[in-house]
Design a protein around this ligand. Structure first.
Ligand code: NAD
Ligand code: UD1
Length: 310
């Protein structure tokens, strides 16, 4: 059994990774400053893990948290494109300097492997679909640039220092515990929360834009697969998604079907800088990590709706 650190483990995705690791019998430590994460995300299993409340921007804190660990799942970040546009400097500190702090601490303390949460946003708005890892990165926001640079650091630390690193490019992830209440919230928790409250939902533009929406359990599977993958997968980047895209209009139709409620649809202006379509090729993750998305979009929506509606 491995000793695992999950940075950002009190957040949406990190808490699901921590929960699965515990269930599989691993030892889990979380490093989180609780800026967007919450203790309630750990309800039911907090007693079984060690929670270090601290900031990845502080190298000493990161060194203490990584000490004695075998694998680090680096999820901590300011995970919002608009936030990064408003404040590139502050998000750079967390998303890039914080990532470098994690890598340096792992290199110096002989951590075996680092699995990094990257993002589909690194592809930008090129129209080629599906996205393949071999395509050029084209970051269109500070957030995307910070993830692109983070991945590049991951690759470099593997090449220069032999640290085992794997970067996972998450496409729009959804599921229980995702925050529905912030102005930066992702579309699925936002729409479900509005539907449950009987409040209107706003589609930016015509609603025909599409995303490769991916249920969080699939991402957890990908992280565990990345932990176990052969060393030949290290220094590489992998798309993590379902490999199927759905439009927002289809999403709302599905939510209406699942909930038995009528959505109050409003259309607003298209969001500035919005990508029109996003779809992943997941062949590389399948071949090198043995990753297969087990939970479909529809099943994930049912589970997520149930979580927010009860
Ligand atoms: P989240 O906001 O729920 O989780 C991020 C966690 O990091 C939070 O618990 C937060 O408190 C913590 N954190 C932030 N700054 C910190 C700091 N300076 N020091 C310590 N902890 C800090 O977001 P999420 O959706 O769970 O995202 C997890 C990771 O996945 C992020 O790296 C994000 O960029 C990436 N990602 C998410 C998606 C998605 O669709 N949700 C898509 C692509 C990539
Ligand atoms: C983007 C990135 C993703 C990143 C995430 C972090 C791409 C392809 N994806 O996701 O990698 O992790 O930001 O913030 O670059 N929408 C509405 N009404 C709403 C809210 C959203 O219509 O109330 C629309 C948006 O305009 C967009 C779609 O829903 O077209 C999805 O939006 P969102 O959930 O914010 O994620 P992305 O911007 O796709």
């Amino acid at each position: 059994m491995a000793k695992c650190l999950v940075t950002g483990g009190a957040g949406f995705i990190g808490s699901h990774i921590a929960e699965r690791l515990l269930r599989d019998g691993h030892e889990v430590r979380i490093l989180d400053d609780l800026s967007s994460g919450r203790r309630q995300n750990l309800d039911g299993f907090q007693g079984e893990l060690e929670l270090v409340e601290g900031d990845i921007r502080d190298p000493d804190t990161v060194r203490r948290a990584t000490h004695g660990m075998d694998t680090v799942f680096h999820q901590a970040a300011t995970a919002s494109v608009p936030r990064s546009v408003e404040d590139p400097a502050a998000t750079n500190e967390t998303n890039l300097t914080g990532t470098l702090n994690v890598l340096l601490a792992c290199r110096d303390q002989n951590v075996r492997r680092v699995v990094f949460a990257s993002s589909s946003s690194i592809y930008g708005d090129s129209e080629e679909m599906p996205k393949l890892e071999s395509m050029a990165m084209n970051p269109l926001s500070p957030y995307a640039l910070q993830k692109a640079a983070g991945e590049t650091y991951m690759r470099l630390f593997h090449k220069l220092y032999g640290l085992e690193t794997v970067s996972l490019r998450y496409f729009n992830i959804f599921g229980p515990r995702q925050d529905p209440n912030s102005e930066y919230s992702a579309v699925i928790p936002k729409f479900i929360s509005a539907l449950v409250r009987g409040a209107p939902i706003t589609l930016h533009g015509d609603g025909e834009q599409s995303r490769d929406f991916t249920y969080v359990e699939n991402v957890v599977d990908a992280n565990l697969a990345a932990m176990r993958a052969p060393a030949s997968s290290c220094g590489r980047m992998f798309n993590i998604a379902c490999g199927e895209a759905y439009s927002l209009n289809h999403l709302v139709n599905e939510l209406e079907r699942i909930s038995g409620r009528r959505a109050l649809r409003q259309h607003g202006p298209a969001r500035l800088g919005d990508v029109r379509h996003s779809l992943a090729d997941i062949g590389a993750a399948r071949e090198s990590l043995g990753y297969l998305p087990k939970i479909t979009f529809e099943e994930g929506l049912v589970r997520t709706y149930r979580h927010f509606a009860t």
